[in-house]
Structures are given as C-alpha cells and as structure tokens.
Design a protein around this ligand. Structure first.
Ligand SMILES: C[S@@+](CC[C@H](N)C(=O)[O-])C[C@H]1O[C@@H](n2cnc3c(N)ncnc32)[C@H](O)[C@@H]1O
Length: 372
C-alpha cells in the first residue's frame, strides 16, 4: 500500500448551490487552481494548505483531506486492503476515530458492513479506539468500486466560528451568509445594513471581513489530533494575521429585543462590537447610516405554514417601500424561499441565481443594482 503523499486532493465542502461562489473565495485567498465540482471545491496541497483552508475560508462547511484510494470489489478484499492502509501516517493510536461510509455504483453497497471492516482494520492494525463520539472522522466513499479514503480535518462544522452562544430563530449559517455577501459583491469596503438581523449573522460576518479577521481564529479543529499536526507552525499561521480596525461601521436592527441582545453578545464575543451597531426597532423605522451608500442584506421570515402568507406580503411590501424611499444609491440582497414574496417588495431585482438548500427549504438570493 503506498504511503500518504505530501500533496493530495483537498475537498472543501460547500453549501449546496454555492460551489461557484466558494470557488471564487478559494481562488481569491491564494489557493492554486481551485475547481468547483458538485458539492464543493477541489484544490491540491499538503497539511499547511489544509490548516490554512480551515482557518481562512469563510464559505466551506468542512475541509476533507483525501489521503488514499484503492479498488475493492468485495468485503474480503476491503478487509485486506484496509488492514494494509497506512493509517499510522495520519491517525494517532491514542485518539478515538469514527468511520462513515457512502457507496454508489459499487459491488460493496452495504455501508454498515464496509464501515465495520475499516473500523476493525483501524482498531486492530493501529490500535485506535473506535467511538461514535470521536472528533476525528474517516470518510470512505465507494464509487465504481474505487474506495476513496478522506479524513474530515475540521471536526465541528465550520459555520461554528466559536462566538455564537446565542442563536435566534431560523439563523442563517455563517458559511452561507458569507457566500451570500460575496455574491452581492461585498468585499469588506462598504457599509452593510441588515434590518431583520436576528442573531446578527450577516452584520458580524461583514464586520469580520472588513476587519480581516480569520473565521477560524478562535475555535479548534480535528486536524490538531492528527500525526501531521505541527503546533508551532499552526500557532505561527494563526498569529500571522491579527486583523485591522475598519473605518466603517456595520448595522443591524430587529423588532425583537431578544434578538438585539443576542446580536450584541455575539458581536462582543467575536471582537467586533467597536464597529457594529444593533438597534431594536421595526423595519419601517430604519434609516440609512451616515456615509456613502453600501449594501442592505436581509433574510426576512419565510413562513412555511398555510395562512402565514398574507402578513408576510405586508411585511415584504413594508421593507421594499422603506428601502425604495430612503436607501437611494444602496444595493439590496434579499434571501427568501418564495419568489412572490420577493416581488411583493416592489424592488427592482434581477432574476435570482440557483436555489440554495437552507434549513430544508430552497432559498433564493434576489439582488438589485444601486437603487435610484
Ligand atoms: C429569518 S430571521 C433572520 C435571521 C438572521 N439572518 C440570523 O442569522 O439570525 C427573520 C428576523 O426578522 C425579524 N422581523 C420580523 N418582522 C420584523 C419587522 N417588522 N421589523 C424588523 N424585524 C422583523 C424577526 O424578529 C427575525 O429575527
């Protein structure tokens, strides 16, 4: 069995539907020749690139390192090859592991039986404990009888930046919020307003981008438990960027006082409270902050129950009217699951792009040019 190469395929998992936007971010951050594929973005690199992707990339849900592959047509063959796999080059015998298997168009189709063979190989050949609660996860994917072995280097999903203890109803995931901001052309050089900010996700993401703060700066990662981990190099990488204090401010408001308390607490923990402002009022009371126009980004309530729609039409219409009368020169990005609700705003939206799966629903991003 060949040893794990010093350079391998790194797969950045994307929120479904946002692969091209994630690819743009990965390219902007200096990764070589990224390619968008279904479900994510592929780059080549070694462990330093894996650490940097986890630390710096805002839009990826997790980062997988593809550490090997072999053909296996039946379980006895899998058993033999899994035992020969150089697990010790990546996994530590003292760190528990779990194994997840998927299978497509392969003679080995029973994921449970395949997982059991790989678990046994890791336990008996390496001596590591197999535990369903392990932070380190081996992912084996069978496709056309080729078994690709990846390791999830992130651990907890990367939308967990480490600052959000308080979560409002139906929060937007940070990974997705950052990609929607990018799709709206936001690059950290303009003011951002979210008039229905909930727990403050868009405002805090926008503020962090402007402050050049890495999304993974205050959390831990599964790769810290692998043999390849170099604590000194990681510390140096993590400390190489300390952020800046942006000249701009970022604004959120919500009619729910509890949401505003959460946003302020989350901004405090994220270290962006000096340049974020959260106010408790209804959308019809918003006014543009002083300074040049920027971006309004908002995901209003969607309403999934029958009978919800009428008050939502009124709410979306009030949002649109307020923006059209007071936010001349601003661009708007609105995320909703319902095209007719977007239309109810009366805002001059371009046709939306691909739908994005959000909390089991299909969300669409509607965008305007600068409002007249
Ligand atoms: C889908 S949530 C937004 C979630 C937010 N993006 C986050 O990540 O936490 C919609 C928000 O709209 C707020 N809202 C509903 N009607 C409002 C109104 N008339 N004025 C201001 N906020 C309103 C709700 O309180 C809720 O926090």
């Amino acid at each position: 069995m060949p040893t794990v190469a010093s350079e391998f395929e790194i797969f950045l998992v994307s929120p479904p539907g946002l692969e091209a936007v994630l690819c743009d971010e990965v390219a902007t951050k200096g990764f070589v020749d990224p390619k968008a594929v279904t479900g994510g973005v592929v780059v080549r690199g070694g462990w330093p690139e894996v650490w940097r992707a986890n630390l710096e990339i805002r839009g990826a849900t997790r980062v997988l390192a593809r550490i090997g592959a072999f053909h296996a047509g039946h379980l006895a063959q899998l058993d033999k090859l899994a035992r020969k796999f150089p697990w010790g080059e990546t996994l530590r015998p003292d760190v528990p592991v779990k194994v997840e298997v998927t299978s497509k168009k392969s003679r080995i189709y029973h994921a449970g039986a395949a997982a059991q063979r790989i678990e046994t190989a890791i336990r008996e050949e390496l001596g590591a404990l197999i535990s369903p609660d392990a932070e380190v996860c081996i992912m084996a994917r069978f496709e056309d009888n080729l078994c690709t072995i990846s390791i999830d280097t992130s651990g907890e999903s990367l939308h967990k930046r480490g600052y959000k203890e308080a979560v409002a109803k139906a929060p937007m995931r940070e990974t997705m919020a950052s990609l929607f901001l990018r799709q709206c052309g936001y690059d950290g050089h303009e003011t951002v307003v979210d008039p229905m900010c909930g727990s403050g996700t868009f405002v805090i993401e926008a503020a962090e981008i402007a402050a050049k703060l890495n999304p993974g700066r205050s959390r831990r990662f599964a790769f810290e438990q692998l043999t390849s981990f170099d604590a000194v190099a990681w510390k140096r990488l993590r400390e190489s960027s300390q952020g800046i204090k942006p000249a701009l401010h970022f604004f959120g408001s919500d009619r729910d006082a509890g949401a505003i308390r959460m946003s302020r607490a989350n901004a405090e923990r994220a270290g962006v409270s000096d340049f974020t402002v959260f106010q408790n009022h209804a959308v019809s009371n918003i006014t543009p902050p002083p300074g040049p126009p920027g971006l309004v980004i908002v995901n209003p309530p969607y309403g999934t129950r029958i009978g919800d729609k009428k008050p939502l039409v009124t709410l979306y219409a009030a949002l649109g009217k307020t923006l059209l009368t007071r936010f001349s020169g601003w661009r708007v990005g609105l995320i909703t699951t319902d095209t007719s609700l977007a239309k109810a705003t009366g805002l001059p939206f371009s046709p939306p792009g691909r739908s994005v799966s959000h909390g089991g629903l299909n969300a669409l991003l509607f965008r305007t040019e600068r409002l007249k």
